[in-house]
Design a protein around this ligand. Sequence first.
Ligand code: NAD
Length: 473
Amino acid sequence: MRDLDAFYINREWVAPSAGATEMDVVNPATEEVIGKLSLGTAGDADRAVAAARAAFPSWSQSSREERIALLERVMALYKARLGEIGEAVRVEMGAPVSLCDAVQAPIGLAYMQATVEALRDFEFETSHGRNYVRREPIGVAALVTAWNWPLALIAAKVGAAIAAGCTMVLKPSEISPLDARIFAEIMHEAGTPAGVFNMLYGEGRTVGARLSSHPDVDMVSITGSTRAGVEVAISAAPTVKRVHLELGGKSPLLILDDADIAAAVQGGVASVMMNSGQTCIAPTRMLVPRNHYNEAVTVAAATANALKVGDPADTATKLGPISNRAQYEKVQRMICIGVEEGARLIAGGPGRPEGLDKGFFARPTVFADVSNDMTIAREEVFGPVLVMIPYDNEEDGIAIANDTPYGLAAYVASGDATRARRVAARLRAGSVRINGAQVDFSLPFGGYKASGNGRENGGHGILEYLEVKSVSL
Ligand code: NAD
């Protein structure tokens, strides 16, 4: 049992104030309580903001070299604790050990590395004839994160805020508190000056809302659902602070008729199912040319049915459980809606996979014959659920791909590089990956439309945390 009953404020581990509540930390694979978590109050948020505000005058003047040195110390300590970080993610949100070791744990390092590289030659000042433009840290940043790729989200925000010279208050997701605790310990051990980095636990509607409305917070950056992003934007509005939103998605994989259909379908199914479908950029709508549709459906069903769901501690497991009960129930509800709407179930379906009678395990589910106006094609499920939509020609495919409230990511599969680039240019999404390309952590990451505004990673990520000042001589 882990007692997570302290917040990191002003370089100290402090007790929550009176009025804090307790929440169970639950292992989603076993449904067992593995810890207790204190959820702070608005007063706790105020204490953390006051520490960050007091630290700003000094940290904002730190040199590029000091910031790089701090991030490098953080990375070295992080590297030394990779095993522990991976285990924390496995027990708190159920990601399989193979995914934790290969991606969930080291991904934070990749994000920080990309930030450090961008910081090395980042232009904080540019000349314009006799005049010049300065880029200065915006101030105190509130960082609110989701649980699905917990370290990626924390590292992207904290790294960029440090690089820019901001001070910060991190409110990680209440579903993934263990890794955030380790991260805060690392920030402490790395010698982060008092008040530069603060971390407290709390619910969105209390601590999150207080941070986003706080007059002494200059910027709020949230990664979460579009619902939460809208609430943050509304509560931030009266103080006219900068609002940086990284929200949900319903990303298309547009398979063109000259693609290797089987390879594209297999890759698409694997991407959706990874992390049990709990990835904001998952290609959850697969758009297939009508004349290849039957073949694609057969391959998708076989690929999904071959995935091993089960104990996240087993190295053979591909899918662990859904990370918490509420999300598990939402996934089950959405699968039932798909059935009610008349989509054809070709793999998975409601309930747990055979042989698993406890834990929040869902079945890798694929629906065929989906039309883009069905609920399961429009709303983010955030679970292992893929919909397959046939289309008639390239124009039609592009139109369906763009017919979504979201615009986080899009994917194109094609045998013709020129054609793939032409199609990529027409997709309304913040990132497009062609033929299963790997993620490049130095590229900007963010969404169009209801998927958010602003960008994370590398130089674009640092820019979000800066104000622009013109100086004329
Ligand atoms: P969520 O919206 O429930 O919570 C995200 C965070 O916001 C949590 O820390 C939560 O406490 C906080 N929060 C909730 N309501 C709030 C409010 N009113 N004010 C302030 N803070 C509030 O999301 P989740 O279930 O943790 O994560 C899943 C969602 O996150 C999905 O929609 C997914 O697509 C999205 N996501 C987006 C990205 C991206 O980069 N665009 C990355 C990962 C996850």
